[in-house]
Design a protein around this ligand. Structure first.
Ligand code: UDP
Length: 239
């Protein structure tokens, strides 16, 4: 069995990743590609929990900006994360990987309701656990939900799959002089306002000593490489 840098991980995938090259929604080929990566990791002996965002379908702040009441708009965003989670579960299961959606909002005819005990149980049984509906509360994000679940499920790392290969001092797509970090501290992220995740998520990961690994999930094989401590990524740690 391959030597793993992290045994139990929480992988956060933003909803936008699931759009593939489409402008909106769920591209099932892309879901299949991410699912293949997750399966490879699970079969290499890692325990994998997933949190998937909803930005490919709906974001509460976008609804609120158009005059909609924020709480309802955030509830719509939360429902979007559930659609993505169900898509991922369906694809994982069709590929022969046992997976369970655990939702922060009870919807018992659709999926199980999240509990810490259920999460640990399914991980130890070798199932992929998809924690959905974020924190279950408006005014939060799925990044915060991911940090919360990573702490609850005692994950060794929070893997943050993005479309860049790590943390930069500025947006590398806009500023060619942006500096890339191999390692950086939570404090530096917060004090320089480097928005890799929202500050609440960063603070939760910092306070619970969970390293955050930022990497490009669009690169084939990237998740497996990160799990083995290889490839290009930035590790965010306490010091
Ligand atoms: N959301 C929320 N509470 C949570 C998680 C998510 O209200 O705990 C809503 C919020 O409206 C957010 C949307 O769900 O904009 C989609 O989540 P997010 O923006 O984190 O998705 P991502 O950017 O990762 O695709």
């Amino acid at each position: 069995m391959t030597r793993l840098a992290y045994k139990r991980v929480l992988l956060k995938v933003s909803g936008e990743v699931l759009m593939g090259s489409q402008p909106y929604g769920i591209d099932l080929d892309t879901v299949g590609r991410v699912a293949d990566e997750v399966i490879t990791c699970a079969r290499s002996g890692a325990q994998v929990a997933l949190v998937i965002g909803g930005g490919n379908i709906f974001r509460g702040v976008a609804g609120a900006a158009k005059g909609m009441e924020r709480v309802s708009a955030d509830h719509m965003g939360i429902m979007a994360t559930v659609m993505n989670a169900l898509a991922m579960q369906g694809v994982l299961v069709s590929k022969g990987m046992d997976a369970r959606v655990l939702s922060a909002i009870a919807m018992p005819t659709v999926c199980e309701t999240y509990s810490h005990a259920k999460g640990i149980h399914h991980l130890e049984a070798g199932r992929v656990v998809i924690c959905t509906a974020g924190t279950g509360l408006p005014f939060f994000t799925t990044d915060t939900g991911a940090a919360l679940r990573a702490a609850e499920l005692k994950c060794d790392a929070l893997l943050k799959g993005t479309s860049v290969d790590g943390v930069y001092s500025a947006d590398p797509k806009k500023d060619p002089a942006a500096r890339r970090y191999d390692r950086i501290t939570f404090q530096q992220i917060l004090s320089h306002d480097l928005r890799i995740m929202d500050p609440a998520a960063i603070a939760l990961a910092r306070d619970n000593g969970i390293p955050v690994v930022v990497f490009n999930i669009r690169e084939a094989g990237a998740v497996e490489q990160v799990l083995q401590g290889k490839g290009r990524f930035t590790v965010v740690t306490k010091d």
